[in-house]
Design a protein around this ligand. Structure first.
Ligand SMILES: [Zn+2]
Length: 257
């Protein structure tokens, strides 16, 4: 058994802590200070660091944490990320004995080339750390690689069990839902999510994690074959209605929304 707790950082980042007894693992520590404060307050020792990708708001605290706790850093090695001690690739497994937890590693490029997802399918429910590829009701921007890669990565996440709890790295859900509602105004599940997200945020609670079932019902980037979304995009000039063209049009529109 273990708990997963959000450590808020910067404006809207979540550094996720997996913890049990006095052991903790953190995911994407962009800032060391809130992590050190969290560990001290709960009398926890850092056991390992997981890294989904090399953006500074995900790796900026690693050096300072490792000056205190000389722990392994699991992620995808990249010339611009000097922190990774244990290189992980597609299909690898990462075993965390302290938590009786095994992650399957998925390479999910499209936001950055080195982006990994950590998926544990044997827990109930399954859990997924998806960094900046999947957000609540949205997805990450395409900074490297292609939009087609990003689409493929999201489709792979969408194929995981619908009960999977997804822990993304930013509190973007409410903002994403404002865009999603314009893409698909007739989606009642989305209207419900707008209300429930507003309630959570008003209570200063994270809207993360969320189930993949909720994403499949409300995330336009996972609903590119929905006729209402296609119709809205056609009214904006879309001609090619293939799934990838719809996804690409959504991503481009969202970039300027
Ligand atoms: Zn990022």
């Amino acid at each position: 058994m273990f708990n997963i707790t959000a450590i808020p950082a910067f404006e809207d980042n979540y550094i996720w802590a997996i913890h049990h007894d006095n052991q903790a693992v953190v995911v994407d520590p962009g800032d060391a200070m809130p992590v050190l404060a969290f560990l001290a307050a709960r009398n926890l020792t850092l056991n390992a660091i997981l890294c989904t990708h090399r953006h500074h708001d995900h790796i900026g605290g690693i050096a300072q944490l490792r000056a205190v706790y000389n722990v392994p850093v699991y992620g995808r090695r990249h010339e611009k990320n000097p922190h990774i001690t244990d290189d992980l690739r597609e299909g690898a497994q990462l075993r965390l004995d302290a938590f009786n937890l095994t992650f399957n590693i998925m390479e999910i490029p499209g936001h950055l080339d080195d982006h990994l997802a950590f998926y544990a399918g044997s827990t109930t429910p399954p859990i997924l750390f998806c960094g900046d590829v999947l957000f609540g009701a949205g997805c990450g921007r395409s900074f490297e690689g292609t939009v087609a890669q990003l689409h493929h990565s999201l489709q792979r996440l969408a194929a995981l069990p619908v009960t999977t709890l997804a822990y993304c790295a930013h509190e973007y859900t409410a903002s994403n839902l404002r865009f999603a509602a314009v893409c698909e105004p007739g989606n009642t599940a989305m209207q419900q999510r707008i209300l429930s997200t507003a309630q959570l945020r008003a209570a200063h609670l994270p809207s993360v994690p969320f189930t993949l079932a909720l994403e499949l019902a409300t995330n336009p980037f996972m609903r590119c074959t929905e006729s209402e979304i296609i119709h809205v995009l056609q009214q904006r000039g879309l001609e090619d209605t293939s799934e990838l063209a719809v996804f690409t049009a959504l991503r481009k529109w969202r970039d300027k929304f």
